[in-house]
Design a protein around this ligand. Structure first.
Ligand code: AMP
Ligand code: GLY
Length: 422
């Protein structure tokens, strides 16, 4: 009999993880907690349990005999949900509380990189406004200001002039814009180059890299507008040469995994390296302790091996196998509520989107109204993904699907993949 898996989270990332698990021969049943009603279209179950209620999740897993748990988002990981599952005798895939600090504290990540000579921007950490102001003044622009803790991708200011940098410091220290996430600030040198995301399955000592992808963080076409959680992604990223990916694996992923193991905080789960290809080679922008969103929605569709078998092998201390379709291109476009990310206007009607077998709709911020129709109830509403022989045809195909609709109350970028097509 196949396995029963519980996935924790509710976004398009978790929809993709659950959908990929359900397609795997080793898995029979997938439930997502809390999930969203869009997932039901794919035969995925959902259960109304909060990702922060560890005790209720533990009871649910035990009462319903789930074989193991996949933890999607960073918040429960940083809160130690994998430790709590382990203490209850439940296998859960994701880093421990200690290892999840690689995402939960930028200062932790920076110090780890320092100790292991992992290439990243030069930085200094401050918890005092005046000292930070002096440093910014001496250093000059461009310069990057980051709130230390979790700020959902919004705690970063890339300041091209000193005034913008000083304003960002005031926001953090005087206006407490990021609450306790801004009690400390990391100030780093500006790095120039193309960004790409390199995610790996990690078992504590070894790792299995996935194909790279590229996110689009700004809200509007041409990389204009505010930073968001991500408006679309594609894979592969042909303008990043394989030699740069190989260098990133050897100079970044390997020393990170080995360094964390040596230091007694081994990382198990998905290690996300947000990288930038500079003239001096690839450097780290950030680490995440989980799958990227929307990167997952374009990377997992390339997996040709059994995701459930791969992860359960890692959980059982065996060697997993992961194989990928390296010849096609995937591309995904996020549809978001108007006003995202600053002032989200919820309630847009979400149309039924028909797609062919090479495409899929992954749902995120959707709720069901009294007639059972989907309505937008958060910033990022859904993502339409497609696979095609190359990036241009994938882009044409996704937009042919989306442009048919008159989407009231929602918007999307029209240029996902543009850096690959220049
Ligand atoms: P983060 O939340 O650390 O990923 O930062 C959000 C975005 O800010 C990144 O995706 C980059 O586009 C930009 N960014 C962060 N750090 C730097 C840096 N040191 N140099 C240039 N851009 C950066
Ligand atoms: N797409 C960036 C992230 O998942 O943090």
């Amino acid at each position: 009999m196949g396995q029963k898996v519980l996935v924790i989270g509710s976004g398009a990332r978790e929809h993709t993880i659950a959908y990929t698990l359900l397609k795997a021969p080793s898995v029979d049943e997938v439930t997502v907690a809390p999930g969203n009603p869009g997932m039901l279209k794919d035969g995925i179950h959902t259960t109304q349990l909060s990702q922060s209620n560890h005790a209720a999740l533990i009871d649910f897993v035990k009462d319903n005999d789930y074989d193991w748990v996949f933890v999607g988002p960073e918040v429960p990981l940083i809160e130690g949900i994998v430790n709590d599952f382990a203490a209850a005798g439940i296998k859960a895939f994701g880093p421990s509380k200690a290892a999840a600090q690689i995402e939960g504290s930028k200062d932790f990540a920076k110090q780890l990189m320092d100790r292991h000579n992992i290439p990243t921007a030069q930085y200094k950490t401050f918890s005092d406004l005046e000292l930070a102001q002096d440093y910014v003044h001496e250093h000059g622009a461009p310069i990057v200001i980051k709130a230390d803790g979790l700020a959902a991708g919004k705690g970063v200011t890339v300041a091209m002039d000193e005034l913008t940098a000083q304003r960002a410091l005031e926001d953090i220290f005087i206006d407490h814009r990021f609450g306790s996430a801004g009690a400390k600030v990391v100030i780093e040198d500006f790095l120039d180059g193309q960004e790409f995301s390199l995610m790996s399955f990690v078992n504590g000592t070894d790792f299995w890299p996935m194909p790279i992808s590229q996110d689009h963080k700004r809200a509007h076409d041409g990389d204009e507008g505010p930073n968001t959680g991500g408006m679309g992604a594609y894979s592969p990223v042909p303008q990043i040469p394989q030699s740069v990916v190989d260098e990133a694996i050897e100079t970044i992923v390997r020393p990170t995994v080995e360094g964390m193991a040596e230091e007694g905080t081994p990382f198990t789960g998905i290690l996300y390296a947000g990288l930038i290809a500079t003239v001096d080679g690839p450097k780290v922008i950030e680490f995440n302790a989980r799958f990227g969103d929307p990167e997952t929605e374009v990377v997992l569709p390339k997996l040709t091996s059994d995701l459930g078998a791969g992860i359960s092998a890692i959980l059982d201390g065996e060697t997993p196998e992961f194989t990928w379709n390296e010849s096609n291109a995937t591309l995904g476009v996020v549809i978001a509520s108007n006003g995202y990310p600053e002032n989200v206007i919820k309630g847009a009607h979400v149309p039924e989107i028909d797609v062919d077998e090479d495409s899929h709709v992954y749902y995120a911020g959707v709720a069901s109204d009294e007639h059972g129709n989907l309505v937008a109830n958060s910033g990022r509403v859904l993502l339409v993904e497609t696979s095609a022989p190359d990036i241009k045809s994938a882009q044409d195909k996704v937009y042919a699907i989306i442009d048919k609709f008159e989407l009231r109350g929602m918007f999307y970028r029209h240029d996902i993949g543009f850096k690959a097509l220049k």
